[in-house]
Design a protein. Structure first.
Ligand SMILES: Nc1ncnc2c1ncn2[C@@H]1O[C@H](COP(=O)(O)OP(=O)(O)OP(=O)(O)O)[C@@H](O)[C@H]1O
Ligand SMILES: [Mg+2]
Length: 244
């Protein structure tokens, strides 16, 4: 069963055609790693999926509805599709646990103790329960990102989107965050992860999609990632990683 199905998705910024007829189906429980050079359209694709950007045409079928139809309740849709950003985007005026509960309390009218119970479960899962009452400004980047993941999980999402979740982190924190994402993969969470961590993608993803100039040019089985690819842009991109 598909969790999301994208057909002929196009998006321009002015005269810059950034997404060119993107087709993408993600099965429930599948983990997709999205890789590619800077400016290839990876973030724009993710942002179109959860309607942070409005695609120009095509369709995005999610929960049997086309997200590009005018009848979509964006707020409700976002409750089931979480997004984790490179820059964490925590609410700096709130402590850790309030960061996790605020969305449920505001958008689902949930009672504080019920929301906190779930937040405690997910903060424990990301190893951040000890910091539940800490101000979010006192955390390291890796700690902030783990809280951001717990916050996303608190909404009980059916699909999680990650846009370079470890790119802003120091090397020591990267692995902590990758371990959390790997756990989620093992628990069957459906995820699309934009990442430059190729070894992580090889280890955790079911498929690795390579994007270039607004097109998904290769759909790669992880075990084949370091083999020769028919599109030379993939080889050039990956050579960097092989040369380590
Ligand atoms: N809000 C915007 N307004 C105008 N142009 C934009 C906007 N967002 C993205 N673009 C353009 O769309 C193209 C794709 O950008 P996008 O951020 O999706 O690339 P990316 O693959 O995520 O790159 P990176 O690896 O650097 O994050 C680029 O040419 C970029 O300049
Ligand atoms: Mg990007």
């Amino acid at each position: 069963m598909n969790i999301i199905e994208v057909k002929n998705l196009n998006k321009s910024f002015g005269s810059n055609l950034v997404l060119k007829d993107i087709n993408l189906s993600v099965e429930k429980g599948e983990v997709i790693a999205l890789i590619g050079s800077s400016g290839s359209g990876k973030s724009t694709l993710l942002r179109c999926l959860n309607l942070l950007e409005k695609a120009d045409h095509g369709s995005i079928i999610y929960h049997k509805k086309n997200l590009l139809s005018n009848k979509i309740n964006i707020e409700k849709m976002r409750q089931s599709m979480g997004m984790v950003f490179q820059s964490f985007n925590l609410f700096e005026n709130l402590n850790v646990i309030d960061n996790c509960t605020i969305a449920c309390r505001l958008t689902k009218n949930e009672k504080k103790d019920k929301a906190e119970k779930r937040a405690i479960k997910y903060l424990k899962q990301v190893n951040m329960l000890d910091y539940a009452k800490a101000s979010s400004t006192t955390l390291s980047g890796g700690q902030k990102q783990r809280v951001a993941i717990a916050r996303a999980l608190c909404m009980n999402p059916d699909l999680l989107l990650f846009d370079e979740p470890t790119s802003a982190l120091d090397p020591e924190s990267v692995q902590d965050v990758l371990d959390v994402i790997k756990d989620l993969a093992e628990q069957g969470m459906s995820m699309i992860i934009v990442t430059h961590e190729i070894l992580f993608a090889k280890d955790v993803a079911d498929r690795i999609l390579f994007m270039a100039d607004g097109v998904i040019v290769e759909d790669i089985k992880p075990e084949n990632i370091f083999k020769e690819h028919s599109d030379d842009r993939v080889n050039t991109f990956l050579k960097r990683y092989n040369s380590f």
